[in-house]
Design a binder for this molecule. Structure first.
Ligand code: SAM
Length: 221
């Protein structure tokens, strides 16, 4: 008899028990040797967030500009107040670092959000040049930013400290951020527990949370 390769669910917690129940016992023996379960930690050293900002019609939309529509055409958005009410403070380790995606118009709100979640704003960690120009009310815009803040000290041991701030890569689907930024964070914090909030996909080495993410972990938010 030929057995098809066992494909564990991408889910890190609840759904795996359902998956295990469906496996015949003779296959369970081999499956169980692989770590199907990853216990979700109560707190995280690194939190990487891409909030579903509610732009409140503040973006400059121009049909000719090849734009892909507003965020609310793609997913439910949240107001600053709703975001501030999420209990992210509970998820911080004693020493924790937060990386948060933001845009020029959202910069002030994102720093406010970081403070509400209990982090001290430090600087702009990454600048993404999307290459394509978008019309704006002031200058033409083509960049997004990842701001960084800390709670306590920067988690130790630290990884590489020579990671570049600037990244140039073409944007793809609406709101999709380049994987390279996640990779750079991994290099900077190789040994830490890492959570991605508002994720749409899971990533190896990360706990991912998001309402469009298959395999999202459950969090007490
Ligand atoms: C800006 S997008 C994230 C895009 C992602 N970083 C990527 O590169 O594909 C924000 C995501 O947050 C999700 N979201 C909205 N409200 C949420 C909530 N209350 N809890 C969890 N996820 C939420 C949206 O559905 C959307 O998938």
């Amino acid at each position: 008899m030929t057995l098809s390769p066992i494909k564990p669910s991408q889910n890190n917690n609840t759904h795996n028990s359902e998956y295990l129940r469906q496996i015949p016992l003779f296959r369970l023996k081999t499956t169980i040797q692989k770590p199907l379960f990853r216990k979700v930690p109560e707190t995280f050293d690194v939190i990487y967030a891409d909030p579903p900002w509610d732009y409140d019609q503040r973006t400059f939309l121009n049909k000719k500009a090849n734009n892909t529509g507003s965020a609310s055409d793609h997913y439910p958005t949240m107001t600053l107040q709703q975001l501030c009410c999420m209990n992210v403070r509970k998820l911080r380790a004693k020493n924790s670092i937060m990386y948060m995606w933001t845009t020029g118009p959202q910069l002030q709100a994102s720093i406010q959000l970081m403070i509400a979640w209990g982090y001290t704003y430090k600087t702009v960690a990454f600048v993404w040049d999307k290459i394509r120009l978008n019309p704006g009310y002031y200058s033409m815009s083509q960049t997004e930013f990842v701001i960084v803040g800390t709670h306590g000290a920067i988690p130790k041991p630290r990884g590489r400290r020579n990671v570049r701030q600037f990244l140039q890569s073409k944007r793809t689907r609406h709101s999709q951020k380049p994987h390279e930024i996640r990779r750079r964070i991994e290099i900077m914090h190789p040994e830490q527990t890492k959570l991605e909030m508002f994720a749409r996909d899971t990533s190896s080495g990360w706990f991912s949370h998001g309402n469009q993410c298959q395999g999202s972990v459950q969090l007490p938010l």
